[in-house]
Design a protein around this ligand. Structure first.
Ligand SMILES: Cc1cc2nc3c(=O)[nH]c(=O)nc-3n(C[C@H](O)[C@H](O)[C@H](O)COP(=O)(O)O)c2cc1C
Length: 325
């Protein structure tokens, strides 16, 4: 896929990958809401190659990458620190799943990922990072993008790192405006991302702390687009609001409970179709986020912590309808 602002005539808004949240049902909802593209949560390149060898096609690894046609354009996100394994994994993914691109994780700060030189740790090894990009491109024949952070301890090397990625043939760099050291603390710093954009030819997308339409307007600046993560979990309508803004229209979903309940029902149906009761249990956090700040809803909120069936979700929908009538 082409990530550039010139090709799209406006900045792109993508769904940022989030392990445990951005599963196929959620990605489908976000695409429907107006996300321009979505990314699967991170999947181990080694896991894919191992799974293939042991012919465990219906394993958890493949489950994480499976997607529905209505999610396209979709990028499958891989992590790993071995270029040969990355090449093989990217080839398997391209042949078997045919996504619109491969995205390589060079930003995950989780200990079990960085202690093996993967994720964020690759920011300390630009030449290996570049080899991994080349390998993924060769293996898949697809556009390859990289999702990374500002740096390990500070942002001083971010332009150089991004340049190494570009020179290796990456089609896009996506940067979360925090360092490895910061984890998720503090606020995202977008200024170094604007500097990266000035020094690269390939599209650059920014990421971090977009919760509202005005955050988007404030932060997008010279970039080709943004990724939205947590803001989409609490408010998938954000994509619709930003899309409307880009068309010069105005849309605020804040108090539009009819629209919110329609999406809740659709999302619940998808969750149940994909994951049965477990899907509805996972939906609890979404319903609670939806009801945040909703007045006189103590009982409904309590009910939301216990939902297990589609009927439980329908009961909540009915009660919210009564409360908002
Ligand atoms: C629960 C959780 C899981 C995440 N999983 C991934 C992941 O699988 N791959 C990835 O590149 N980033 C992952 N991230 C980082 C997000 O994609 C994003 O970069 C970060 O949350 C900042 O953007 P935001 O402020 O819009 O949420 C995760 C973040 C959270 C909170």
């Amino acid at each position: 896929m082409d990530f550039s602002i010139t090709a799209n005539k406006r900045p792109l808004i993508g769904l940022s990958p989030m392990a445990g949240y951005t599963d196929s049902p959620f990605r489908q909802i976000c695409r429907q809401m107006g996300a321009d593209f979505v990314i699967t949560e991170l999947v181990s390149a080694e896991g894919i190659v191992h799974t293939r060898k042991s012919k465990l096609h219906l394993s958890k690894t493949f489950e994480l990458m499976n997607f529905n046609a209505n999610e396209r354009p979709i990028l499958v996100q891989l992590f790993g620190a071995d270029a040969e394994v990355m090449k093989e994994a990217a080839k398997i993914v391209a042949e078997e799943l045919k996504p619109d691109g491969i995205n390589i994780n060079m930003g995950c700060p989780a200990h079990k990922v960085v202690c093996n030189g993967k994720g964020s740790a690759l920011m300390k090894n630009p030449s290996l990072a570049a080899q991994i990009v080349e390998a993924a491109k060769k293996g898949s024949g697809l556009p390859v993008s990289v999702k990374t952070r500002l740096g390990w301890e500070d942002e001083t090397g971010v332009c150089e790192f991004a340049k190494a990625i570009e020179d290796a043939g990456a089609n896009c760099v996506m940067i979360h405006g925090r360092t490895y050291k910061q984890g998720f603390s503090g606020v995202a710093n977008w200024l170094p991302i604007y500097e990266v954009k000035k020094s690269l030819k390939i599209p650059v997308l920014g990421n971090g702390d977009i919760w509202t339409m005005s955050d988007f307007e404030e932060k997008v600046c010279n970039l080709d687009g943004v990724l939205i993560g947590r803001g989409a979990v609490t408010n998938p309508w954000l994509f619709a609001e930003i899309s409307a803004l880009q068309k010069g229209e105005s849309l605020s979903i804040e108090n539009n409970w009819d629209a919110k309940l329609i999406i809740l029902k659709q999302y619940a149906d998808l969750k149940f179709e994909y994951k049965k009761e477990h899907g509805i249990i996972e939906l609890r956090k979404f319903v609670l986020a939806l009801l945040k700040g909703f007045p006189n809803a103590t009982n409904v909120r309590l009910q939301a912590t216990q939902i297990k069936t589609l009927k439980d979700v329908q009961d909540i929908i009915n009660e919210v309808k009564v409360l908002t009538a």
